[in-house]
Ligand binder design. Structure first.
Ligand SMILES: [Zn+2]
Length: 680
């Protein structure tokens, strides 16, 4: 629940490019790699990689290998047929001897690209299953036309049987329609297509199973269910743990091998202990060990290189317990980190002055570390779509006692911003040149600052009242938590203290973020929603919730208006000061819901403001957006790291290159990191 994902496409960055040998400057870098369906694929620079020491480069190389080694895990977690479908399509793509220029072959290529983007057959963001444009007949003929030994056949399975098995999963829109179902009033486990629970298990059974495990008096509970699949064997529920020797053993064993090498070149003993502790967890699957690892990880602040590798975020489980696998390797951007250090140093001031009820405030805000990082490798649930900020660990008691690490991923933001320059978005949707000028001058800075405040302070602020179950808000928990963090950031962006601390250059600057946030939440994020669909994703719900709540509460004072010009709708913010006050009111309201575990209150806010879409406005926004020919979603390709070795096999250098395209990267990954059986 601690990821922040970029929505606003209006920010404009004017960063300076660092000159070095292997990484081109911003102005010479080609960010856009591929476009298909509703997706644009970008590449990101890793500036300063060449300034790292050989040992550091070697470590990034090993951690990068450990990251890619886990790729198959997420496919299997997202749906049990995903690996089979990916492998079948890749086999056809590589071996098809028919007309590769035909419409249907091209449609198959697009479908395969979408499968890579979604790490499976569901859209990475909407989580709806997408269906191919090519026909079932073409699929059957194409699969049967290639050498059967290239296909992921089960024992004694014929290619025809494989086609018959996959047909409904690929083509029938009623089979596995939704990856993670959050819709009210149905069994969320049975109606979710992902693979965290075995077949024929009900939500009631899952809740009872974990309900029994939880001890309300345990102040340091493990993250129950985090690293396992719950299945029914002979009528009894059992957890199949993800570990070496357990579920996903082959992939996890591979990860461990690379982590061992990384431990040998660790920057310091503390970091080495972090890696060894993670290896221990992967070997045992013991969630107490996981907590020990998390504490060591959060306490390692000195190392320049850092990484996430493991079962981390629980967005994919409708009940918010089971974690998807992800990895991100990164290193600290020392210059820009000074900005977030300023925020962290003043954490207590922000907590003390927050507009929430004093009983929900933390007396002492602990260990909010904040840094700006350069991503070096993205994998698992951080790839191809990736967050621009991360705040971990997720365990509430560890966060409370040890704090959390919060990062902003500056080189990813750079790629987004650079790829958006001059794309016509601001011209189409912003009300006037005043808003556009402000966006041009400040949006990149305010956007990054909002992310920093969200991650460094927002998630870490406030506290639960004693005895309140951290999961009390259930399916609404993620949305409420994101809203809380966003509001904390929004409220403070307009505080004079921000200018005083030198975080913004000008007392007008925050208006750039306010305007783009409201415009996005009320209107432009709808470009990501299919016609007649509601909003499902937690971050999107939170943004609409905030924007429509302040719109409604400020209506009498005309704080925000939706106005028509030539039949098109625009957002006008008339009173930024009052808007800030409203953000403060909503923050107080949401903190109360969180602190008291008020499920009904959370549900009511989310369902009233965050879910339903204004259909007329939606249609209009989609139409205007379509004219711009922009892709609403973006993913990334990774750079390629090549280890140069001497005759003794020692690494003498690691070379970074940026030339691999989207198709080649995925085919290579599938070839080099195919670490799991087709069915697990
Ligand atoms: Zn967040």
């Amino acid at each position: 629940m601690k990821k922040i994902i970029l929505i606003s496409m209006t920010s404009i960055l004017m960063a300076s490019g660092a000159a070095n040998a292997a990484t081109p400057k911003i102005e010479d870098f080609s960010y856009s790699v591929d476009k298909f369906a509703d997706i644009e694929i970008l590449r990101y620079r890793v500036p300063d990689f060449d300034d790292l020491s050989l040992k550091q480069k070697e470590m990034i190389y090993y951690l990068g290998q450990a990251a890619l080694e886990g790729r198959d895990i997420l496919y299997d977690q997202n749906n049990k047929y995903n690996l089979c479908i990916r492998r079948t399509l890749e086999a056809v793509y590589l071996n098809y001897k028919g007309d590769r220029e035909s419409v249907e072959f091209k449609q198959l290529t697009t479908y395969l690209k979408r499968v890579w983007m979604g790490n499976g057959i569901h859209h990475h963001y909407s989580e709806d299953k997408f269906t191919p444009e090519f026909s079932e007949d073409f699929f059957r003929k194409a699969v049967l036309s290639i050498d059967a030994t290239k296909l992921p056949l089960a024992k004694e399975e014929t290619p025809s049987a494989l086609v018959a098995k996959l047909k409904p999963v690929i083509f029938d829109p009623t089979v596995y329609p939704k990856r993670t179902n959050q819709a009210e009033g149905v069994d969320l486990i049975k109606t979710s297509a992902n693979n965290y629970y075995g077949d024929n298990i009900t939500q009631v059974e899952v809740e009872a199973f974990y309900g029994k495990m939880k001890n309300p008096n345990d102040t340091r509970p493990i993250s129950y269910g985090l690293n396992s699949k719950l299945v029914k064997e002979n009528g009894v529920l059992v957890e199949k743990t993800y570990k070496a020797g357990g579920l996903y053993s082959t992939a996890i064993t591979g990860i461990i091998g690379w982590l061992k090498k990384a431990a040998e070149v660790a920057e310091n003993d503390k970091q080495k202990a972090v890696i060894l502790s993670l290896i221990d967890f992967y070997k045992t699957g013991d969630l107490k060990t996981y907590d020990e690892y998390s504490i060591k990880w959060v306490e390692d602040l000195a190392s320049q290189i850092d990484f996430v590798n493991g079962f981390t975020e629980t967005y994919g489980d409708p009940l918010g317990m089971k974690a998807s696998w992800e990895s991100m390797v990164n290193f600290k951007n020392i210059e820009v980190t000074k900005r977030t250090e300023t925020i962290s140093k003043n954490a207590q001031w922000f907590e003390d002055n927050s507009p929430i009820d004093p009983q929900f405030k933390k007396e002492t805000v602990k260990g909010v570390s904040a840094k700006v990082i350069t991503a070096a490798i993205l994998a698992g649930d951080c790839y191809p779509a990736t967050p621009i900020g991360i705040n971990l660990p997720n365990s509430n008691w560890i966060r409370h006692e040890y704090g959390s690490k919060s990062v902003t991923i500056e080189n990813i933001t750079e790629a987004y911003d650079q790829a958006s320059l001059g794309n016509g978005f601001a011209e189409e949707f912003m009300w006037s040149d005043v808003e556009r000028k402000r966006a041009k001058d400040f949006a990149s800075l305010t956007n990054n600052l909002h992310t920093d405040l969200h991650e460094c302070l927002g998630h870490g602020s406030g506290k639960l009242l004693p005895g309140v179950d951290p999961d009390a808000l259930k399916a609404y928990g993620s949305c409420i938590e994101e809203a809380r963090a966003d509001l904390f950031g929004l409220y403070y962006m307009g505080d004079p203290k921000i200018v005083e601390l030198g975080l913004l250059p000008d007392k007008e600057a925050y208006k750039a973020e306010y305007y783009s946030y409201i415009m996005n939440g009320l209107m432009t994020q709808l470009t990501r929603i299919q016609p007649r669909k509601n909003i499902e994703e937690a971050h999107m719900r939170n943004r609409q919730l905030i924007a429509s709540w302040v719109f409604e509460k400020g209506k009498a004072d005309k704080v925000i208006e939706l106005v028509q010009r030539n039949g098109e709708t625009f957002v006008i913010v008339n009173n930024y000061e009052k808007l800030r006050v409203l953000f403060g009111h909503l923050l107080a309201e949401i903190q109360k819901i969180k602190s008291t575990g008020d499920f009904e209150g959370g549900k009511n806010l989310v369902e009233t403001y965050g879910v339903k879409v204004n259909e007329t406005l939606h249609t209009e926004v989609l139409g205007r957006y379509k004219k711009l020919h922009l892709a609403p979603y973006r993913g990334f390709v990774n750079p390629v790291y090549t280890a140069i070795k001497n005759e003794k096999g020692e690494i003498t250098n690691v070379i970074i290159s940026y030339t691999e395209n989207y198709i080649d990267q995925h085919l290579r990954y599938s070839h080099e990191y195919s670490t799991l059986p087709t069915f697990n």
